[in-house]
Write a protein of this length. Structure first.
Lengths: 448, 448
């Protein structure tokens, strides 16, 4: 068992209950020194008692639950203490346990230990963080499925195929004189192709996976008075607004997130893009241009009831190369604007004021972003998974190409297949390094 | 058992753990419908399982603990479910249990039920809220002692004395013909005087109790450039700053709270008080004057290295009637200012810049505020307790006065003693009404 760690597991703030959790070697003994109960401590049983401070003075009353290894979240001995939800009390409790020999846990260290102790694989550990930060029901469902091991169920068979192939090639080298079964060239090709096809299936979920996790970034651009703000508000129906943690600061654009069929849609209402002489204004415009650059989809808004102006055309020139939807607004006032020059782009007519055409527009946004939410798909790979899947696929494709031309020795074949299988192993954490783990768990909150 | 209620017990925010709690009739059955575990549910035992939504789809995985009445916080059947600390999940979980027949708990309703079910008296219930919001270690200790029943230990014997007296008087009336022991006039007077003396002892803690709970309000006034901000900063040593929940808004004064020997010291650095023509500025000055009006202690700051000016004198005239400390600053530059006109006020010399004299000043602040922190005192009554204690004392004093003059019939005596005893009963909650309970519990957070 690893060294004892301690952290607050609940958010900062005043509330009914706050939880301090301990994990590692000797945590029950440490907890017992400070938490006084009448009865003997039984595993998984809620014991009422008094938590004392370093001097033996009562700090608070609460409940202690002991989880005996390996039947705990981390797989180690764990203690969870529920106290009154006062940040002062929780901070003091952590200090008390540190005085007792614990160390403050690093972000994600409890889950990291769960992974290291074999309680979950790496995709499941990642799912814990995603489950906590899920902003929509779809994101929650996807994270929960991944937590239950759905993604691993797709990755592991692919890796096993490669390891099997590896065993065959190895046997071929070592026992080439003997009469053991071996694979034909066609069988090798077919096995590798099947793995590539499995990887492709997962890769197709990557884009949507990213959108589910991070949202679709949507920039609304257009000259003044075409109804950008009305459109922003029409998309931002209050019942769908997602409360985000972003602090209110001075901004040159307004940003809000709504839930569009389970996909967080990050709406950015940009300031006008125009020639600026004032340096402060220029900074604002630069930020706006950056937002447009980062956007997954751009809504280029026009006033359909009026002729096209030079300013419309100038803005169009700036965004025409992007993933664009031309939104013809104010259709309730009639449409006079010529639309020929926008041919090749999606054109959606709406009346933001009357809420007409908004549903169509939303469909088009998901389509243009490339969102793929199908009932049959259970998993959506993350950016990390995508990168590793692409690497594995790349190695296998290069291998196949040379293998077909018979340019590969069995020794080189082994190296290639091993490399590809290691990339897949890295996804589930069967192959890992401290660097990989740090980069994953440092994004967790403390206490998880 | 009362109707089933549900609420989130942890603060809003992303974290490792979030808790949903249920209390009341049938909560185990409701919880069982949605929370699926392998084993039979045993009281006080942490069961791992999956929480389902209204449609039977998995919502999250977590731990369920069942507390069987009367061995629970509320004294009713209770269920606590630990889930991943995602506000979305916790909100959905509450919705699920509401669909199952629970109602969203009102603020403080769990603790109110604990009181109604005899798990704690009213001073203990009040202590729960105080323990959660305690901003200093002293406030926490005082709340914890009150939670353990320390205050009731002082109140109940006083009330019992009165009830005993009442029984004697009653017996005197009903069985006046018979030969039963009765009290002499001296005995009655002595009993009542003893109760009054007990009340007085508690009343002496009220001011400090208020300061421990709400802090001492300290306004710093003085003309520009006398070093108000330096003094503010010298008192606000960073290691003692208390993080408060007050939102940052445009203010005409700066307010910070520090921990001065367990007493939250609310420092207000006021804008200058001067004649204003501008209406906006006038509003600012009015707010400043209000802060001065509300202050428990005022620090009137002078630059000791310079002669007194007309502006100093004008400000002094505005505050001289208040609870004042004259702070002579910049003593490091020598003291030339005449101090005779401030005779009768506390005068403290400091160098805010060098940190000299600050400790003296702090002592004087506590002294002038009337803070009384003695080791021998275990309880500090709250404003509500103080009001009731004063009412009880008033009734008893008026009774004594007339009783000594033999103007009171036994029937009137009974009414008086009963009234006083009811006031004491209201403190601990033996006498109560729905209005009293509402006003107490509405200040709690939801989930407690």
């Amino acid at each position: 068992m690893r060294d004892p760690i301690v952290a607050v597991a609940t958010p900062f703030g005043e509330s009914a209950v706050g939880i301090v959790r301990l994990s590692g070697k000797g945590v029950l003994e440490i907890a017992r020194r400070f938490f006084k109960t009448k009865a003997e401590i039984k595993p998984r049983y809620a014991h009422y008692g008094t938590l004392l401070d370093e001097k033996g003075e009562p700090l608070d009353e609460g409940l202690l639950i002991y989880y005996k290894a390996p039947k705990s979240y981390t797989g180690e001995d764990m203690v969870e203490i529920s106290l009154h939800g006062n940040p002062l009390i929780l901070k003091r409790a952590v200090e008390v346990f540190i005085s007792g020999g614990c160390r403050l846990a690093e972000p994600g260290e409890f889950t990291k230990r769960a992974f290291l102790n074999g309680k979950m694989d790496l995709t499941q550990a990642e799912a814990v963080a995603e489950l906590i930060s899920a902003k929509t029901d779809l994101a929650r469902r996807v994270a929960l499925r991944q937590l239950k091991g759905e993604l691993s169920k797709h990755i592991k068979p692919l890796r096993e195929s490669l390891l099997q192939l590896l065993a065959y090639i190895e046997a071929d080298i070592e026992f080439s004189e003997e009469d053991i079964p071996t694979l034909t060239k066609e069988q090798v090709v077919s096995m590798v192709e099947e793995v590539i096809s499995g990887i492709d299936k997962l890769l197709r979920t990557a884009k949507t996976g990213k959108f589910i996790r991070e949202g679709v970034k949507l920039a609304i651009v257009g000259k003044p008075n075409v109804g950008k703000s009305s459109l922003f508000n029409a998309l931002l129906r209050e019942d769908r607004a997602i409360v985000t943690d972003i602090e209110g600061t001075t901004r040159d654009y307004i940003e809000e997130t709504v839930n569009l069929r389970g996909i967080p849609l990050v709406l950015v209402d940009t300031a006008g893009i125009r020639e600026a002489k004032d340096p402060v204004e220029r900074i604002g415009i630069e930020r706006t241009l950056k937002k447009i650059e980062e956007a997954d989809v751009i809504l280029f808004v026009l006033d359909g009831s009026k002729p096209l102006t030079e300013e419309d055309k100038r803005i169009y020139e700036q965004v025409r190369g992007k993933n664009l939807i031309v939104v013809v607004n104010k259709t309730d006032l009639g449409t006079v604007i010529p639309l020929e020059i926008f041919e090749g782009h999606s054109i959606i007519k709406v009346s933001a004021l009357k809420g007409e055409g908004i549903r169509n527009l939303e469909e088009e946004i998901l389509k243009r972003a490339g969102v793929l939410v199908e009932d049959g798909i259970n998993v959506y790979v993350s950016v990390r998974h995508e990168e590793l899947l692409k690497k594995a696929k790349g190695v296998l494709e290069r291998f196949l190409e040379r293998y077909r031309r018979e340019e590969v020795s069995p020794e080189i074949a082994m190296l290639d297949i091993r490399e590809a299988s290691d990339y897949l192993g890295e996804i589930v954490g069967e192959i890992t390094t401290e660097d990989i783990l740090s980069s994953i768990f440092s994004r967790f909150c403390i206490g998880k």
